[in-house]
Write a protein that binds this ligand. Structure first.
Ligand SMILES: *Cc1c(COP(=O)(O)O)cnc(C)c1O
Length: 213
């Protein structure tokens, strides 16, 4: 998939060094993850804190430069564990989480990079701040909670073309001075890469299909 990503980037006049592949290892055991680590890959994504806490500390004993992204929903009672375990938290999406993350980061003196998740499709069942509220929320994170934000992420609706969602997210990033743009999954990472993604989150195209959890 790296070759396909490279050609998509080239088409868009971007350099392959401009994009990071987050290998989404959710549901896969350490035995499946280890070969990728041995091959040199270091950036991984998990969507459940419990599962990540069970797998990653042992893997990190052997590969201490791993960069772990939380890409799944975050409850405030899990903020402590999330700050301790992850290097990047991609799912900051409401004031309550911003408040507890700010407090935990200070307490642990550990500062994972933070991305604001935007619910670009305005889907009721999906996490993320609504696009119309994104600017105000980003300002609130900065002003009220003194958080330094790294970027934005989105998960477009499964049944819609992703491009308008990627364009919307890139626009929100640009007007709020945010560098990191996490968008694109196995079926649409090439489009995301052409539309300004700095990170693509790729699971099944790397690891193969996931079993039912
Ligand atoms: C599972 C997941 C992915 C990866 O999905 P694939 O289709 O397997 O590439 C990306 N982002 C998020 C938020 C996920 O939960």
């Amino acid at each position: 998939m790296r070759a396909e990503l490279k050609s998509a980037l080239e088409e868009a006049g971007r350099d392959s060094g401009e994009i990071e592949i987050i290998a989404v290892s959710k549901t896969h055991s350490a035995d499946f993850i280890r070969p990728l680590l041995i091959a040199g890959h270091r950036v991984f994504g998990e969507n459940r804190i419990q599962e990540a806490a069970a797998k990653w500390p042992a893997l990190r004993d052997d590969f201490d430069d791993v960069v772990l992204h939380l890409i799944g929903p975050l409850q405030s009672n899990k903020a402590k564990e999330a700050v301790a375990l992850f290097d990047v938290i991609e799912t900051l999406d409401r004031p309550k989480i911003a408040r507890v993350l700010a407090a935990e980061m200070e307490k642990q003196d550990k500062h994972p990079a933070l991305l604001v998740q935007v619910n670009t499709g305005e889907e009721p069942q999906k996490a993320g701040i609504l696009p119309a509220e994104a600017d105000a929320f980003i300002a609130q994170c900065r002003d009220e909670f003194s958080l330094s934000l790294a970027g934005v992420m989105c998960i477009p609706p499964v049944d819609e073309p992703p491009a308008p969602h990627f364009a919307l997210l890139a626009k929100i990033a640009e007007r709020n001075d945010l560098e990191t743009i996490s968008m694109g999954m196995s079926h649409d990472y090439a489009i995301a890469a052409q539309m300004g993604a700095t990170h693509v989150r790729v699971g099944s195209a790397i690891f193969g299909p996931r079993g039912t959890p």
